[in-house]
Design a protein around this ligand. Structure first.
Ligand SMILES: [Zn+2]
Ligand SMILES: [Zn+2]
Ligand SMILES: [Zn+2]
Ligand SMILES: [Zn+2]
Ligand SMILES: [Zn+2]
Ligand SMILES: [Zn+2]
Length: 530
């Protein structure tokens, strides 16, 4: 400690010593009252013989700005911090203080260099020497609090940066400052009130958890439930902040790089929240997940081995198990089939659909695997199949008796199977009564009620006469056939329900209709006779 040797206790008489003792007690009590905290108490000790020694932890006030960037020379980066660790002021009070002698002083802080501590101590000593005869500790503490950051050149208020002396800008010091800052933020957060984004209740920060990366906060009860569910169900990718803004889809750039922007939380960040067994489970799930992310990793296909096997990146397909030396194909897992042969395809249509939907990089992998020609042929066949089945869906129906597909060319929905003679409905495939097939379309409540002509294609040819479907027809009541002014070669009758055969005939202006028993009006040429 540094003291002023020019004065000594010898100079004070007995009554002055008594007054000094009283002054010291007052000063130390007020220091305690103002600067003591649970985590950093003001400590004072006196062994009955002079001097009284003590220590005050002082927080350096950084100014109005809430966040500062701390430059980290070693890692060529900066960290956002809100506070610096405290500086300790050590003092020794001789019995002649304050009447005749100043206190002895020293400053300690791991994150200040020797030079900075020396500068600050000397400055405090000179303040004390310039104010003889009065208690000075309070003023010294205030100087450290509000002026030392500027005095030592630690802060640049223009750029909001904090720079450590080059002698102590090392990773250990930076880490201890960051650790202190985390604790300090936690203390502040514990007294805040937050609204939990899951249960929407107001909760005290002490009962909540804030994600350091995004700042979102939720109550602990909700988060424990949330993480327990996702870890139990092995949804590793869901072990993130639950906020929708933190679960955004990867952007286009990162999608191209096939990297998701949402990364699972590191297990150590959840230790304050979750029980140890759950954290362990999460750690092993994460390891598994990371392994699976490796594009060249597979497992030995031998049932008795199953060792993780990394494919040599220079090999297209060949894998050699590191445990049992089994040589197998990376893609089809079968015993090594040589470079010339392609992998066998078990379900060609499945692979073809996968190939059709694949992006360029996946396609090139599949081409190595199965051969480009085979895949392209499979895609052509897949497309033909699709067209066929779409056409069949629109134009054919299976006979409910013999399952032969019966094609509808044009006309109504009453079908007669050419193979077995069964009458059935084109729309629903239902068996129809041979003696009264139209009942199906004429009975209220039937699934095909009023749909006899549903989807029928009506050709406007000579048989319909000059005033046929090409004409400019008036609209009819709901459910009737509508025919717009500019209908060309084909008109489609939809949802027709005709109560009055005469009106229907008049409307169509066509002569060659027959009136069926059930009251339906049909052009003679529509009747199926097959
Ligand atoms: Zn909640
Ligand atoms: Zn978030
Ligand atoms: Zn093996
Ligand atoms: Zn293969
Ligand atoms: Zn049939
Ligand atoms: Zn039907």
């Amino acid at each position: 400690m540094t003291s002023n040797p020019a004065t000594s206790e010898m100079d004070a008489n007995e009554s002055e010593l008594a007054a000094n003792a009283a002054d010291q007690i007052d000063e130390l009590e007020s220091l305690r009252a103002i600067f003591s905290s649970d985590s950093e108490p003001v400590t004072v000790s006196w062994n009955g013989v002079s001097p009284v020694v003590g220590r005050v932890s002082v927080r350096i006030q950084l100014g109005d700005q809430t966040e500062w960037s701390l430059t980290d020379d070693g890692n060529k980066m900066s960290h956002r911090i809100r506070s610096l660790p405290p500086v300790s002021l050590l003092f020794a009070l001789p019995s002649s203080y304050p009447s005749h002698a100043p206190p002895s002083l020293a400053v300690t802080a791991d994150w200040l260099s020797h030079n900075q501590r020396h500068l600050l101590t000397n400055h405090l000593v000179s303040i004390a020497s310039n104010s003889p005869n009065c208690p000075i500790l309070f003023e010294l503490v205030c100087f450290i609090q509000s002026e030392s950051a500027q005095f030592l050149g630690l802060v640049d208020t223009e750029s909001n940066t904090i720079s450590l002396d080059k002698d102590c800008n090392d990773s250990n010091t930076i880490e201890s400052i960051l650790e202190h800052d985390r604790k300090h933020r936690d203390q502040l957060f514990a007294n805040e009130t937050i609204t939990c984004g899951i249960c929407l209740d107001s909760k005290l920060g002490a009962n909540s958890f804030r994600f350091s990366t995004c700042g979102h906060a939720y109550c602990k009860v909700c988060l424990v439930d949330y993480f327990t569910i996702h870890i139990t169900e092995k949804n590793v990718l869901q072990v993130t902040c639950p906020s929708s803004s933190c679960k955004k889809e990867p952007n286009a750039a990162s999608r191209n790089a096939s990297v998701s922007s949402v990364q699972p939380l590191p297990p150590h960040t959840l230790t304050a929240l979750l029980p140890a067994p759950l954290i362990e489970k999460y750690e092993s799930l994460l390891k598994m997940h990371d392994l699976l992310q490796k594009p060249n990793l597979t497992y030995c296909p031998r049932q008795t081995c199953q060792a993780p096997t990394l494919k040599d990146p220079d090999e297209e397909k060949l894998c050699i198990c590191p445990e049992c030396s089994y040589a197998f194909c990376f893609f089809c897992n079968r015993t090594w089939h040589g470079y010339a042969a392609y992998c066998q395809i078990r379900h060609l249509s499945v692979v073809a659909a996968e190939y059709a939907a694949a992006d360029e990089s996946k396609r090139s992998v599949m081409e190595i695997k199965y051969g480009k020609k085979l895949l392209e042929k499979a895609i052509r066949e897949l497309e033909e199949d699709k067209l066929n089945s779409a056409w069949m869906k629109d134009n054919a129906q299976a006979c409910p008796n013999c399952r032969v597909m019966v094609q509808r060319s044009e006309g109504c929905c009453h079908m007669t199977c050419m193979t077995c003679g069964t009458h059935f409905c084109f729309l629903c495939g239902q068996h129809l009564n041979k003696s009264n097939p139209y009942q199906h379309y004429n009975t209220r409540g039937s699934s095909c009620y009023g749909k006899l002509f549903e989807g029928a294609v009506i050709r406007n040819d000579a048989a319909f006469g000059e005033e046929g479907f090409g004409g400019d027809n008036e609209p009819v009541a709901d459910g009737g056939i509508r025919n717009g002014p500019n209908v060309g070669e084909e008109a489609v009758a939809v949802g027709n329900e005709v109560d009055d055969g005469i009106e229907f005939q008049d409307f169509l202006g066509v002569d060659d209709f027959v009136v069926e028993e059930q009251g339906f009006v049909m052009p003679a040429r529509w009747r199926r006779t097959q």
